[in-house]
Design a protein around this ligand. Structure first.
Ligand SMILES: *Cc1c(COP(=O)(O)O)cnc(C)c1O
Length: 375
């Protein structure tokens, strides 16, 4: 049998750059500045410069970034927050953690928040929108910010899958009042553990997050607010700083892989994702997601050939048991609900080889009895 091909293979990246990663970690250990300190300062400064915001604040995870953003905006009980029904559950969990109510918005053919349904779901209780740049694809932030301004709503971008993606020249995380990132190892920019970041141009919001992540401390042993402990540690920051310099190249390699999949799957029985093939920045392909009909059968066929796919996500967030108390039933977001059983994520990561992409595409075509691979 062929060597297994996983949805994501992190070992290759480590093997290629281990010297540099280990050198950066050795420096942190030798200086013994594990919490806050120069490695974190450097990464925060470089990440703010990369996204193009005045501030970037390292935190413990993407989920915490979202929760701290909700807290900084004083969202709480009675407030409604609009989010897309197809996302990772953390988007809505953060809203629940501050006691506010996440309201699911349906998605369009591009899997992103549908702006007509967004308008339809907004009411006098609505306080904020959390757009998600799902799969690495930048939402039309011009149109979204126009709606938010018109309705007087705060915007928290969930850019946890979209490090480096751009809409109209500006990177995701640079549009909203706050931008949230995850450095979970499998993300386009991933740490060797958990980590996250909040970006903002607003000095007061930045101050609130800086305090909240560090025991509500405005200066040593001066506690003006009730904070917690949610920091990005120096070992992670040092590794992420090295990786940040490689992110654009890695994203370009993902885009090339996506173009190749799209070419090889044309005319097959799966539907390939819609994206602007001329613009290598709008979509950074955290995931390459196709639509298929017999997903169970196709996944089994692929697994027999050593190819492991993923599903993002099998159940829309509002239909998860954890959200049942909110009373959002099937039918609330019909398009997202119809897409969920058809979604299939194919292996994609910067180091994936052309022959591996061919192997995946050939296996899909074989299962469906499609014509063989195009030349
Ligand atoms: C990964 C992810 C999160 C959560 O980030 P963690 O670092 O795992 O807490 C939130 N939203 C989306 C869309 C994600 O993909």
């Amino acid at each position: 049998m062929n060597e297994p091909l996983h949805l994501l293979d992190l070992k290759r990246q480590y093997a290629m750059h281990s010297e540099r990663f280990e050198q950066a970690m050795r420096e942190v250990c030798a200086n013994a500045q594990f919490i806050m300190g120069p490695a974190l300062d450097s990464f925060e400064k470089n990440f703010a410069g990369y996204v193009g915001t005045g501030h970037a604040i390292g935190v413990a995870s993407g989920t915490d970034a979202l929760r701290l953003a909700c807290e900084a905006l004083h969202l709480g009980p009675g407030d409604e927050v609009l989010y897309p029904a197809n996302t990772f559950i953390a988007t809505a969990l953060a809203v629940r953690q501050v006691g506010a109510t996440p309201i699911p918005v349906d998605v369009g053919e591009d899997h992103l928040m549908d702006l007509d349904d967004l308008r339809a779901k907004a009411n006098s209780r609505t306080k904020a929108i959390i757009p998600v740049h799902l799969y690495g694809q930048a939402l039309d932030m011009g149109a979204l910010m126009d709606i938010a301004d018109e309705l007087g709503l705060a915007v928290i971008e969930d850019a946890c899958q979209a490090h480096g993606a751009k809409w109209n020249g500006t990177r995701c995380g640079g549009f909203g009042h706050l931008g949230c990132f995850s450095f979970y190892p499998g993300k386009n920019l991933g740490a060797f553990g958990d980590g996250g970041m909040v970006t903002t141009n607003d000095d007061a919001l930045a101050r609130a997050i800086l305090n909240a992540r560090n025991y509500g401390q405005s200066a040593k042993y001066v506690h003006d607010s009730l904070g917690g402990n949610s920091r990005l540690d120096a070992l992670q920051a040092a590794v992420l700083d090295i990786k940040l310099a490689m992110l654009d190249d890695w994203n370009a390699a993902r885009f090339e892989a996506a173009l190749e999949y799209t070419r090889l799957l044309e005319g097959s029985s799966v539907e390939v994702p819609l994206f602007d093939q001329e613009n290598p920045h709008r979509h950074v392909f955290h995931l390459y997601v196709v639509l298929c009909d017999d997903r169970e059968g196709l996944m089994q066929h692929m697994a027999k050939r050593g190819i492991h796919c993923g599903i993002h996500y099998p159940v829309p967030v509002h239909l998860q048991k954890a959200m049942a108390d909110l009373g959002h039933h099937a039918g609330a977001c019909p398009k997202a609900e119809a897409l969920a059983p058809r979604l299939l994520s194919l292996p994609i990561f910067p180091e994936i080889r052309k022959d591996e992409i061919e192997r995946v595409a050939a296996a899909i075509r074989e299962f469906n009895g499609d014509a063989p691979l195009p030349a």
